[in-house]
Design a protein around this ligand. Structure first.
Ligand code: BGC
Length: 727
């Protein structure tokens, strides 16, 4: 009885606390809105418009006399970019702007760990504050629609649920440090080819089910204070001036109250953009900042009555609201930040280590017992190449970057003979805006291969660090095919012939064709662009100090033709138009629905230990549309090593009036377990999350009937299923 009274008391206190803090925050918000309106009343039109466009590459003028400071923006999603000159794109040459460099977006997604995403957001926020930045441009969350998109490495996944699950904690943590996020690129910047001109069309259903959910979660759950409009057009209108995207969806449907900014040099009009809801013009390629679309031309448009002052005031209010939320007008109470701390570097290491995906491990070649071998061949350009400074806007002047060879030498150089061989030459050269560097990069350099083969022959094991670099995985253009460049496939095959204990480590941010070598080697690890700690992370996975727990955040097709946009001939489009004909069948939704067997499925990744997943149960068998489905199951580490498994829950709607993908990810849990340990895991899924976007009724619909919940550890390894009924 006592217990019940105490519990009731605690619950009531908690509820009244929640109630009070909700009241406080509404009160605070009301006070904030009042302060915003009173500031706006004091501004001249000139001053207002000054807040709506940049005064240099990354700054926006403040209003000194009203105590409104200059607004400072910076890239990017995996670290705070080095300082750029105010009036040109060259680096300013500061000596104190090196920063912590995290693994890129696909690596974050491969960790399937929202906690790591929050840690990243926290570090980025602290470093951005230390560098006196107000808005950090990221995360980049466009859907990986084609394996060829140059920016795949910077984005996260082909799946909107996985993207949303990682985006929300990132944004919340970043903004808790008084720095605004800018989730980008809204919307459908899913290719770099013609990115500034291409006109994308897709169904409303694909928009709502695939391309929008990440942004919706960023705004509604993450509270993203700013959104960056994409370069491309959407249904004939530039994203920065689309009434449908910017007013109807972003403002009205999603309830966004923050700042919508352009991408750099992505403004195209004054009146149309102003009315559609754009707030801030950045990066326009006109030398005189006063002549930008949202500068003098906007003042003139107001004077001519073409844009009402109320529209200007709405934009200024959006800017001021963001400034207040990140305490720009309350500097003494604002987070101060810190830079390059050991904790930041540890977060970068953890993120790199947890991202690594073990794709193959025949005869348990991995982990390598470094005490029992005498020599190792370390082969490949990627064994020594640093990647943090590449990729364009997301490039980082990293405080340091440990390559795989650095790490292996430091850890084992005294006890082992390390036979390094270049293996292949980087034959490409990056030139912004042109993928010319990618042609003619298939030369097979037999001299380098012969050297690698002899290194492999005289070593106990051979590790080939291969893959791509930021000549390929980069902003500004797409890859021309999905193949490994520089004759690497031949290199792998020849080294594998010379040494049966050949391990392939792929460093890349997007899918690659692997059929030509995957069966020839006993072990394959995918280690991404792993940031400043990349080498340490991969060395620790090779040795087993870290048990790999990454899972693929995208499907790896056998060949490009398997992949939906390419199978249907809709990439990169024709005559500057691209129609997303595959509709909602993106990534595994296509492969699973069409029964196409990929090279490696979405969600796949092995471990050095083994897991048993079992006992799938739902709390009920019949649910109403407003219910939450409480799912439980058990994961057991049935092997001999500590490790983590990612249990994934997919849902199917087998009978529906519209085509549904064969299954869709609706939940996942990453669980760390000691050998022999088991844990009961709970996952909640709202029935409303099983809905499809009903185009004729313009709303989410769950049709009553049977649904199947699948529990597995990849989209192609479903272990148990349960049928539920929705009424
Ligand atoms: C990119 C953005 C980036 C901006 C500023 C653009 O080219 O698309 O993602 O934030 O440049 O560097």
């Amino acid at each position: 009885m006592k217990k019940i009274i105490l519990t009731t008391f605690v619950l009531c206190t908690f509820l009244s606390y929640i109630n009070m803090s909700a009241q406080n925050s509404t009160k605070e918000e009301a006070a904030q809105e009042k302060a915003i309106q009173s500031l706006i009343k004091k501004m001249t039109l000139q001053e207002k418009v000054g807040l709506l466009h940049a005064n240099s590459k990354f700054y926006v003028t403040g209003i000194k006399r009203l105590g409104i400071p200059e607004l400072a923006l910076s890239d990017g999603p995996h670290g705070v970019r080095a300082e750029i000159n105010r009036d040109n794109w060259a680096y300013a040459g500061w000596t104190n702007d090196s920063s912590t460099c995290f693994p890129t977006g696909t690596a974050l997604a491969a960790s399937w760990n929202p906690q790591l995403s929050a840690e990243r957001g926290m570090v980025l926020g602290e470093e951005a504050r230390y560098r006196k930045k107000d808005i950090l441009l990221g995360p980049g969350i466009n859907i990986i629609r084609s394996p060829l998109c140059g920016r795949n490495f910077e984005y996260m996944s082909e799946d909107p649920f996985l993207i949303s699950s990682l985006t929300v904690p990132y944004i919340k943590a970043l903004q808790s440090k008084d720095v605004a996020a800018s989730v980008k690129h809204y919307i459908a910047n899913n290719q770099e080819e013609n990115r500034v001109t291409v006109d994308v069309s897709m169904s409303d259903r694909a928009l709502h089910e695939i391309y929008l959910p990440g942004f919706k979660a960023a705004v509604q759950e993450g509270g993203s204070l700013t959104v960056m409009a994409a370069y491309n057009k959407f249904r004939g209108d530039w994203c920065s001036e689309s009434n449908y995207l910017d007013r109807e969806i972003l403002r009205t449907e999603l309830g966004f109250k923050g700042v919508l900014m352009t991408d750099w040099n992505a403004a195209h009009s004054t009146i149309k953009a102003a009315l559609a809801g754009l707030d801030l013009e950045m990066g326009t390629d006109i030398k005189d900042y006063n002549e930008w679309y949202f500068a003098n031309p906007l003042i003139n448009a107001v004077k001519e009555g073409k844009v009402p002052v109320s529209i200007i005031d709405e934009k200024v209010a959006n800017i001021l609201r963001v400034m207040m939320k990140i305490k720009m007008l309350d500097e003494k109470n604002r987070a101060k930040g810190s830079m390059n701390t050991p904790a930041h570097q540890q977060a970068a290491y953890k993120s790199a280590a947890e991202a690594i995906v073990l794709l193959r491990n025949k005869n348990a070649v991995l982990p390598v017992d470094f005490t029992s071998i005498k020599s190792i061949a370390v082969i490949g350009d990627n064994a020594t190449r640093k990647h943090c400074s590449g990729g364009l806007s997301s490039e980082i002047k990293s405080l340091y970057e440990i390559t795989p060879l650095d790490a292996l030498t430091k850890k084992y150089g005294n006890s082992l003979i390390i036979n390094f061989a270049q293996g292949y030459e980087k034959q490409s050269k990056f030139a912004e805006g042109s993928n010319i560097g990618q042609y003619d990069t298939k030369k097979i350099d037999w001299k380098l291969i012969d050297e690698a083969v002899s290194a492999a022959k005289k070593s106990d094991i051979a590790v080939i660090f291969c893959g791509l670099n930021h000549d390929f995985d980069t902003e500004s253009f797409d890859r021309i095919d999905m193949k490994l460049p520089y004759g690497q496939e031949t290199l792998i095959r020849e080294v594998a012939k010379a040494n049966p204990r050949t391990i392939v480590v792929i460093i890349a941010g997007s899918p690659l064709e692997m059929a030509g070598f995957s069966e020839r080697v006993p072990a394959i690890l995918w280690s991404w662009f792993g940031g400043m700690e990349a080498g340490n992370a991969v060395a620790d996975v090779l040795s087993g100090k870290v048990n790999p727990s990454g899972k693929l955040p995208f499907t790896i097709p056998v060949s490009l033709e398997q992949s939906p946009a390419h199978a249907l001939g809709n990439f990169p489009g024709r005559d500057l138009k691209v129609n997303y004909e595959e509709d909602i069948l993106v990534g595994y939704r296509w492969f699973d629905t069409k029964n196409i067997v990929p090279q490696y499925p979405f969600g796949f990744g092995l471990s050095f230990t083994s897991f048993e997943i079992s006992g799938l149960q739902t709390d009920k068998k019949i649910y109403n549309t407003g219910d939450v489905i409480h799912i439980s199951y058990t994961i057991k580490n049935s092997g001999k090593l500590y490790g983590a498994e990612v249990a994934q829950i997919y849902a199917s709607d087998p009978v529906c009036s519209v085509l549904r993908p064969s299954q869709e990810l609706k939940g996942f849990e990453k669980v760390f377990l000691q050998p022999g340990e088991s844990k009961s895991v709970k996952t909640d899924i709202k029935v409303s999350d099983l809905a499809f976007w009903n185009e004729s009724q313009k709303k989410w619909t769950v049709e009553p009937g049977d649904f199947i919940l699948h529990l597995g550890n990849s989209s192609r390894n479903i272990i148990e299923s349960a049928i539920i009924k929705i009424q």
